[in-house]
Structure formats: structure tokens, C-alpha cells
Write a protein that binds this ligand. Structure first.
Ligand SMILES: Nc1nc2c(c(=O)[nH]1)N[C@H]1C(S)=C(S)[C@@H](COP(=O)(O)O)O[C@H]1N2
Ligand SMILES: [Mo]
Length: 200
């Protein structure tokens, strides 16, 4: 038994880009808590809101007109798959957040999606070149099942934080748990600290 367990640990840690407890996935699994919503791009908007209402809003065309980044990152799902070097295109959240008024005490964000999914993330994790509103994947449009027309992309946190079908970010002066966070997933979700569930 000791030999088996040592061998298993050895294989898992071979690739330094795999966080603890993760395995290498070459495909791109789809994980959705409900059906894939279909958006009408003529009426679609992405907005940032505070307690007093809307602070900024972009139509699909306005978002497309903003300078975009090509992003290559590893992504880590809490169900233990890791996909290396995934290719995305999208608008940096630094750019979008810089365009709106944010009060000093608004340090928390709740992301809202078509279909009702939510997830919470500290505002600081959306800044500093760490997060995007992504609308491209692998050289093409982001497929609907993977969050198209646009999704949050926060590759340094477990992938449930990368909300698909994103429609708005709500700025908050206190942390509010999202869909999975209420059901037992970790409030922060750092894959390198293996923060999968409450208490990790
Ligand atoms: N709107 C929405 N976003 C979501 C989800 C969801 O169910 N609905 N699932 C999350 C989870 S648990 C994961 S692992 C990733 C999966 O993204 P993928 O289907 O593109 O692999 O999306 C995240 N974003
Ligand atoms: Mo997930």
C-alpha cells in the first residue's frame, strides 16, 4: 500500500503547473448548473452596479470596440480537472472598472448571469491584469455552452468563479455568497491552497 500511495503522489506532482489534487484534462468539459441561455446581442448589455444603481453599461458593440487582450492561462475546476494553456480573448476588467465610480468601502463583487447563476469575488481579484470579460475562445467566438456571448474569466481562482453568460457585476461593501458558495464551496477558491469547500 505504501508503494502505491508513493507512486500516485509522484505522478501527480510531476507537472509543476498542476495545483494539488488536480489532473490534466486535454478536452474542455462543460459544467453548467442549468440550461444554456441564448442571448440577443441587439439588446445584450454588460453593466457594473452599486447600491445606488448603474455605474456603467456597455452594449455588445461597445464592448467589442474596446481594446482586447489575447489571454493564455491554465484553468482549474474544483471537480479536479486542469486545462493548460487555454486561449481566450476579452476585455480586461481593469479597463471596465476604471471607467466607473467605485466607493472606497466597495471591496466585494457579486457577479450576475443570465439564468440566475451568481458568484462572489473580492474586487482586488478583478484588478491587476487578473480578470477579463471574455468573448473569444481558441480563435473564435466563445461557444454558448462555455459562456458565450461573454463570461467572466478569473483563471487564478477555481473555475466556478468564472461566471458564464455574465451580465453584471454588483459592487458591495460586504461579502455576499454566490450560488455554489452558499452550497458549500469555498468563499475564495484558491486552487494552489486547495480551497475547495467551506473550512478548507
Ligand atoms: N452562469 C454559470 N456560470 C458558471 C457555471 C454555471 O453553472 N452557470 N458553472 C461554473 C463551474 S462550476 C465551472 S467549473 C465552469 C465551467 O466552465 P465550462 O463549462 O466552460 O468548462 O463554469 C462556471 N461558471
Ligand atoms: Mo466547477
Amino acid at each position: 500500500m505504501a508503494i502505491v500511495s508513493r507512486g500516485f503522489r509522484g505522478r501527480r506532482t510531476e507537472d509543476p503547473r498542476l495545483p494539488p489534487g488536480q489532473y490534466l484534462e486535454r478536452g474542455f468539459p462543460v459544467l453548467s448548473a442549468g440550461p444554456t441561455p441564448r442571448a440577443d446581442l441587439d439588446t445584450w448589455t454588460f453593466s457594473i452596479r452599486g447600491a445606488d444603481g448603474e455605474r456603467g453599461s456597455w452594449t455588445w458593440r461597445e464592448l467589442q470596440a474596446l481594446p482586447a487582450d489575447d489571454i493564455v492561462r491554465d484553468i482549474h475546476c474544483v471537480t479536479r480537472w486542469t486545462k493548460l494553456d487555454s486561449h481566450w480573448r476579452g476585455v480586461s476588467l481593469d479597463r471596465l472598472l476604471d471607467a466607473v465610480r467605485i466607493e472606497p468601502d466597495e471591496q466585494y463583487v457579486l457577479a450576475h448571469c443570465d439564468g440566475g447563476y451568481t458568484t462572489n469575488v473580492p474586487l482586488a481579484d478583478l484588478r491587476g491584469g487578473q480578470a477579463w470579460i471574455a468573448y473569444g475562445y481558441d480563435g473564435g467566438a466563445l461557444p454558448p455552452e462555455h459562456g458565450g456571448p461573454a463570461r467572466l474569466l478569473i483563471p487564478h481562482l477555481y473555475f466556478w468563479k468564472s461566471a458564464k453568460w455574465i451580465r453584471s457585476l454588483q459592487l458591495l461593501d460586504h461579502d455576499v455568497a454566490g450560488f455554489w458558495e452558499r452550497l458549500g464551496y469555498h468563499e475564495y477558491g484558491d486552487p494552489w491552497k486547495e480551497q475547495r469547500y467551506w473550512g478548507d
